[in-house]
Design a protein around this ligand. Structure first.
Ligand code: MG
Length: 387
């Protein structure tokens, strides 16, 4: 008999979170939503708790605790609040897996705690490895924990590497859709609006990652993520624009052979793989019909038009806390763009100047990351106000 996996879903109300609950509902004999956490959306969290009957729910914003507690008063569920409670809940002895789908830097602390507790991690929060990749890698060496990637590209690379020796992998080829602005001239790019940037051609995602896709910062983050996940130097990671988003990524091996993973652009697929690993779960979803795609194309990214992708390569080669600075500056820049306080093309300016101004160190411990994150956010906010 197969045992039910108890899952803590961090960020249950976001795009990945709700799609993960779809998958859990698809296989109730395999998975149980044991713990659900959310940032601010307490009403959705309450209705999820009503449907999935978890042991525990945690809301990050402590001011929303009373409302949530009240809404769930008739259910036998533990209700907690605050970032510290989220970092604590991943240690629960009943948990088999922690899926981290919260947005941004906030994913780092609970991931560290889950590794220390030896939990299997399904990683959907890319900022965790961007900011703390070095620290996370060190922690994993001394832990029984392991990371299964949920991001579609990293799931693809992971799947290409199953049964292979990582030493025989020569190159990672990371595919990018190129986002909604792939064909715009630099002049046209000057005038794009928030609405334009939120219209992603292939993937349905949260606002932050959709903006990052439009600026190609997302692909830079994914390169850094791949570097840490697969212990691969950045020189051996190539970004290729593939607008149809059917090939989710590839690995080239020492003999010149290339393996690719293909599928429809639907996050339920990599979520299903991460939850079911090492098994593949049968699914009733419509499969990919290659004949419906007239062509699959590949081209080089334009680094002059999308400098944030280049900054990611700079940040990882400088190492230390520089990727943390890159991430913090980008979080501030994206928030300012979404608030319509800055233009799309001003985001790289903010990130580059923050990287130049904030002191970075080669040593990375948790305290250094926290301090650097705060300082970089302060400097980036100052640059935003000066524009
Ligand atoms: Mg991705």
């Amino acid at each position: 008999m197969v045992e039910v996996k108890n899952i803590a879903l961090l960020g249950s109300t976001g795009s990945i979170g709700t799609q993960t609950l779809d998958v859990i509902a698809e296989y109730p004999h395999l998975f149980r939503a044991h713990t659900l956490t959310a940032g601010r959306r307490w009403e959705l969290l309450a209705s999820q708790a009503r449907k999935f009957r978890p042991e525990r729910v945690v809301i990050a914003d402590e001011s929303l605790y009373e409302q949530l507690k009240e809404a769930l008063a008739d259910l036998p569920v533990k209700v907690e609040a605050g970032a510290a409670a989220i970092a604590e809940c991943v240690k629960d002895a009943e948990l088999d897996m922690v899926l981290t789908a919260m947005v941004g830097y906030s994913g780092l602390a609970p991931t560290i705690e889950a590794i220390k507790a030896g939990k299997t991690i399904a990683l959907a929060n890319k900022e965790t490895l961007v900011v703390g990749g070095q620290l996370i890698s060190q922690l994993l060496e001394n832990s029984s924990s392991c990371i299964i990637p949920v991001d579609s590209e990293h799931s693809a690379i992971f799947q290409c590497l199953v049964g292979e020796s990582e030493r025989e992998a020569e190159k990672i080829i990371l595919t990018a859709s190129g986002g909604p602005f792939r064909k715009l001239t630099p002049t046209q790019l000057e005038n794009v609006t928030v609405k334009d940037a939120l219209r992603h051609p292939n993937w349905d995602m949260g606002a932050k990652v959709t903006i990052d896709s439009a600026s190609m910062m997302n692909k830079g983050f994914e390169m850094i993520e791949a570097h840490w996940l697969f212990d691969c130097p950045s020189e051996k990671i190539e970004v290729v624009v593939h607008p149809q988003s059917i090939v989710h990524s590839m690995v080239e091996f020492t003999d010149g052979s290339i393996k690719a993973q293909l599928g429809v652009p639907d996050m339920h697929l990599p979520i299903r793989y991460a939850l079911g690993y090492p098994r593949r779960l049968p699914s009733g979803q419509p499969s990919l019909r290659l004949e419906q795609y007239a062509e699959l194309t590949f081209e080089r990214p334009d680094l002059r038009k999308f400098p944030l992708l280049r900054f990611a390569f700079d940040a990882i080669s400088l190492g230390g806390t520089m990727p943390c600075i890159l991430n913090a500056a980008n979080e501030i820049a994206v928030a300012a763009f979404l608030d319509e306080r800055i233009r799309f093309v001003e985001m790289p300016y903010i990130v580059e100047n923050t990287m130049n101004r904030v002191a970075f160190s080669k040593d990375v411990d948790y305290a250094a990351l926290v301090a650097t994150n705060e300082e970089a956010r302060r400097v980036a906010s100052q640059i935003v106000s000066s524009l």
